[in-house]
Design a protein around this ligand. Structure first.
Ligand SMILES: *Cc1c(COP(=O)(O)O)cnc(C)c1O
Length: 410
């Protein structure tokens, strides 16, 4: 049985203007301000509403399959064991076992139920890898809502299977040809649609990015990942994890795991970004490692940009990490040094993809493989037997073709 607890902490919410320190805020056209206000008001009204919570909890249990297991990765832990018998104990939070194969359904369902209460019959969303599009199309099918998914044409080619899935689920996939035809451009188009159709439409943003209240709202719908982890850790070893590890695109799966532990100073929080072909090459998506502060899609955060402040194209082998921005709360956690952020290359991620498949019989998403790849750097630095929880954010079925192609080229 799933129980959604109230967050055990309260000090981590954005201020009245929706800011985490200097990050976040609402940098949007005037026409969107009432819609953001309406969303914020509705969210505050329903987040503690018993019938809203009951509906969400029931669906998370019987439809999504929560709670997701906390699995001890025995052979992976063994792989990093030192000659003296010590070494990290590695656990996987199995979000890959959720319905639709990733963490994204937690947020999509939460927002669809919220939209329904707000009387919005038309849902729009952006998607990069197609995972958020699939999760949104799934939740809309479940509730019989109209669903339009904006997707860059380049991503539509890379993720044709997910395009078909969304169509099968009854969604309209709207190709976006602007810019580089990737997630950034799809997000801009979705925002444009929202400005035009704001009365009838709810925009389901897919990560902890965008204007306030999205970074808070999306985080709260994913916070169940960390809440379950706390309870499962208590059951399994009677304590807290020592290290939490997650990949960071926009940052939703990472913050979903971290949030519950932000006020636990003994728990180390590590986010792993995509370094693509290397952070010193022009082709990477290491926003927190290499970006500068700027404004994109309604929020202030670290961004990949040129000297004139123009946002530049991100690159990663994984479409889900291929975004030049990052959620504002992660920028805040970086600056306050509460969380650490590192990056791994396409090549390292591919190696981990293969390694985890063979060691654990789990084919991770390419996004998730970035978190696993960082173990190669992290584990040799550790002493004793710390317990590491990796957010296994999604499964790799969708990436098998991409990886097969890459392997022939390597
Ligand atoms: C979308 C996605 C990500 C990246 O998004 P975040 O908002 O950073 O979590 C990571 N893993 C999987 C499996 C995804 O589908």
């Amino acid at each position: 049985m799933v129980s959604i607890q109230k967050p055990t902490i309260s000090s981590q919410n954005p201020d009245k203007l929706g800011r985490f320190g200097q990050f976040g805020g609402k940098y949007v056209p005037e026409t969107l301000m009432p819609a953001l206000k309406e969303l914020e008001t509705a969210y505050h009204q329903y987040r503690d509403d018993l019938s809203f919570r009951a509906e969400l909890i029931n669906l998370l249990t019987d439809y999504v399959g929560r709670p997701s297991p906390l699995y001890f990765a025995e052979r992976l832990s063994e792989h990093y064991r030192r000659p003296d018998g010590t070494g990290p104990q590695i656990y996987l939070k199995r979000e890959d076992l959720n319905h639709t194969g990733a963490h994204k359904i937690n947020n999509a369902l939460g927002q669809v139920i919220l939209a329904k209460r707000m009387g919005k019959q038309r849902i729009i969303a952006e998607t990069g890898a197609g995972q958020h599009g699939v999760a949104t199309a799934t939740a809309c099918a479940r509730f019989g809502l109209e669903c339009i998914i904006y997707m860059g044409i380049h991503d539509m080619e890379r993720q044709s299977l997910n395009v078909f899935r969304m169509k099968l689920l009854g969604a309209t996939v709207q190709p976006v040809t602007a810019g580089t035809g990737t997630l950034k451009d799809a997000t801009s188009e979705a925002i444009r649609d929202w400005v035009t159709n704001v009365e009838t439409t709810h925009y389901i943003l897919g990560s902890v990015a965008g204007p306030h209240p999205y970074p808070m709202l999306v985080r709260d719908f994913h916070a169940i990942i960390g809440q379950e982890t706390r309870r499962q850790a208590q059951e399994k070893w009677g304590g807290l994890p020592d290290i939490l590890l997650a990949c960071v695109g926009g940052g939703s799966n990472a913050i979903g795991l971290f949030h519950e532990f932000l006020d636990e100073p003994t728990v180390r929080l590590i986010g792993v970004e995509a370094a693509g072909e290397g952070v010193n090459s022009p082709k990477h998506a290491a926003t927190l490692t290499r970006g500068q502060v700027g404004v994109l899609h309604g929020a202030m955060s670290y961004l990949l940009q040129d000297e004139e402040g123009q946002v530049i194209e991100a690159h990663s082998i994984s479409a889900g990490l291929d975004y030049p921005g990052v959620g504002p709360e992660h920028s805040y956690l970086k600056d306050t040094q509460r969380a650490e952020y590192y990056s791994v290359t396409d090549e390292q991620a591919l190696k981990a993809f293969e390694q985890i498949s063979r060691l654990e019989g789990i084919i991770p998403a390419l996004e998730t493989a970035h978190a696993f790849a960082y173990l190669e750097t992290l584990c040799p630095q550790l002493e004793g037997c710390p317990r590491i929880v990796i957010n296994c954010s999604g499964r790799g079925d969708k990436d098998v073709q991409t990886v097969a192609k890459q392997m022939n080229q390597l």
